[in-house]
Design a protein around this ligand. Structure first.
Ligand code: ZN
Length: 306
């Protein structure tokens, strides 16, 4: 006898799996059509000769159905589901190779006997060649072609795990079986604007550092006040601070240091947390760390959301 939760989970899994397999089939058919009819061989795209970018892109597209179905149905991506996705991606890869092989109806030139799949796979792997700058194909890589075949398979399979793995990290309401929503509440400055101070200017540097420290302390105080109001369910006081922060938001976003305030909530039962993240730097150099998380009363979250 299986546990009562077993059959239900299997059933819910099924929706995610069917959606994922559907997008996998569509994607691979698309790649096949492009390969056969155009000069667009996406699976062969590499960055720096070893990063199988094309295979990763195809893998992400193929697996998009797993992520979409999970997000919209609220079926959580579990560890075992990730393994199933990995196995299905590998199966899909080889199935595509096999279908491509079958459609060629290959026979040996000397005696007309049919070519086997393993033989075909071996020959295509060994014939891997880089396209040269003049557009013609370079010399086949031989046994090294397997290395690129391997990278392609890894890229496709791993690409397929990116979206489901990201979803697995999303906050989730176990009681309602759905993903939680993240509402941005505002930004709090934790630094002063960047200022150029000469290294030789010891006094100037010390003053700048003191300014930074003060700005951080002020930011921390603001967050602590918000946390107190949140914990005490004082909606008006909480909203008042947010309203005060709001006009300076654009300015704050440009600072090297700031807190990002978030309300993470289930939009059914309003189970929720007040989450503060510390942001340092900008753009490519942005670093984000968890600063604090406060459990909220569902009534409080409900009124903040309205
Ligand atoms: Zn809920």
């Amino acid at each position: 006898m299986s546990a009562p939760v077993g059959p239900r989970e299997e059933q819910s899994y099924l929706l995610v799996l069917i959606s994922g397999l559907a997008t996998t089939a569509l994607t691979l058919v698309g790649v096949y059509v492009l390969d056969a009819n155009t000069d667009f061989h996406i699976m062969g795209w590499y960055a720096n000769y070893i990063l199988p970018i094309g295979a990763v892109i195809v893998g992400v597209a193929a697996s998009s159905g797993y992520g979409l179905a999970s997000w919209f149905s609220g079926i959580k991506i579990t560890r075992s589901l990730l393994w199933i996705v990995l196995v299905l991606q590998l199966a899909a890869y080889f199935a595509t190779q096999y279908i491509g092989f079958k459609s060629l109806h290959l026979v040996h030139r000397k005696n007309g006997t049919p070519v086997g799949f393993v033989e075909y796979f071996d020959a295509t792997a060994r014939s891997f060649a880089w396209k040269q700058d003049n557009g013609s194909a370079g010399a086949p890589l031989g046994v090294w072609g397997y290395a690129f075949r391997g990278l392609e398979i890894i890229g496709f399979a791993a690409g397929g795990l990116i979206v489901p793995a990201l979803l697995r990290k999303k906050p989730y309401c176990q009681a309602c079986q759905r993903y939680m929503r993240i509402r941005q509440l505002g930004l709090v400055p934790t630094s002063v604007p960047v200022k150029k101070v000469k290294k030789s200017d010891a006094v100037g540097l010390a003053a700048y550092e003191a300014e930074q420290q003060q700005a951080f302390d002020r930011g921390k105080q603001t967050v602590e006040a918000l946390q107190q109001h949140a914990a005490g369910a004082k909606v008006a006081d909480f909203q008042k601070i947010l309203a005060e922060l709001s006009p300076g938001k654009k300015q704050t976003a440009k600072l090297p240091g700031r807190f990002s305030l978030q309300l993470v909530h289930c939009n059914r039962c309003y189970a929720s947390q007040f989450v503060v993240k510390q942001l340092l730097g900008q753009g490519k150099h942005l670093k984000q760390t968890d600063f604090s998380s406060t459990e909220l009363h569902s009534e409080f979250a409900r009124s903040v959301c309205q």
